[in-house]
Design a binder for this molecule. Structure first.
Ligand SMILES: C[S@@+](CC[C@H](N)C(=O)[O-])C[C@H]1O[C@@H](n2cnc3c(N)ncnc32)[C@H](O)[C@@H]1O
Length: 218
């Protein structure tokens, strides 16, 4: 699989991560096909959330019984399909993507693998789209546009039901938030610090893969 070389440190020892992946639920045939297809079509697929976060999303959807889910950042549709595989019948995933090439691949994947009844691809810039959504969601997965996590969070909390869950990925940004120097690390560190003092929610920052925060709205 083609991943870009990381110039900075990886949070979890790569052998530990590999062991954890191997001892977690095996990816379904559909998801395996999606990963291979994405890998063949694109130069890099390291934006894809991967099995640890993917399986975490599935467990959270299953434990919470979430029916209405929102995803910010579709890419080729991996995490949307992971959630759609386990949502209860009648459930729906709205997922927002602005890149035209990824929109096309994701839409094809949703159709080809039979998820277009459960997944709605919103072709838009999520930065604006998030200000217009007025549906209430049970679960929100935030996985795009790291500079604007606080903006997304501020608009997501009002449309998240009480008791609902928000998952924010990449919050450790390859551990660069520990000494943030570039704009993305600074934005993510500021987001983590702001979340710490938000008493509308309880949350945990897991050092899973690239850092994954799970938030529960009170
Ligand atoms: C990390 S990837 C998402 C990976 C996906 N959740 C998965 O697990 O396969 C982030 C995606 O967000 C998209 N994106 C970035 N900024 C965006 C924005 N402002 N609005 C909509 N999509 C955006 C990128 O094009 C990219 O496909």
């Amino acid at each position: 699989m083609k991943n870009r070389p990381k110039p900075y440190r990886v949070i979890t020892d790569s052998e530990v991560e590999k062991y954890a992946e191997e001892h977690s639920t095996t990816e379904s045939e559909v998801v395996t096909k999606l990963i291979h297809g994405s890998d063949e079509e694109l130069d890099y697929i390291d934006m894809l959330s991967g099995p640890l976060v993917g399986n975490l999303l599935q467990i959270l959807v299953q434990l919470s019984g979430a029916k209405n889910c929102l995803e910010i950042g579709t890419f080729t549709g991996y995490s949307a399909i992971k959630m759609a595989e386990v949502i209860p019948s009648g459930g729906r995933i709205d997922t927002i993507e602005m890149n035209i090439r990824y929109q096309k691949i994701a839409q094809e994947n949703f159709q080809k693998f039979g998820f277009d009844d459960r997944i709605q691809l919103i072709k838009a810039n999520a930065r604006e789209e998030i200000t217009k959504l007025n549906k209430i969601y049970d679960l929100i997965y935030l996985d795009a546009d790291k500079l604007y996590y606080q903006h997304y969070y501020d608009h997501c909390i009002p449309i998240l039901k009480s008791g609902g869950i928000l998952i924010a990925d990449n919050v450790l940004w390859s551990a660069q938030v520990l000494a943030p120097e570039d704009p993305k690390s600074q934005a993510l560190d500021a987001f983590n610090k702001q979340l710490k003092i938000d008493n509308r929610v309880s949350h945990v920052l897991l050092p899973l893969r690239d850092g994954c925060t799970i938030v529960r709205k009170k």
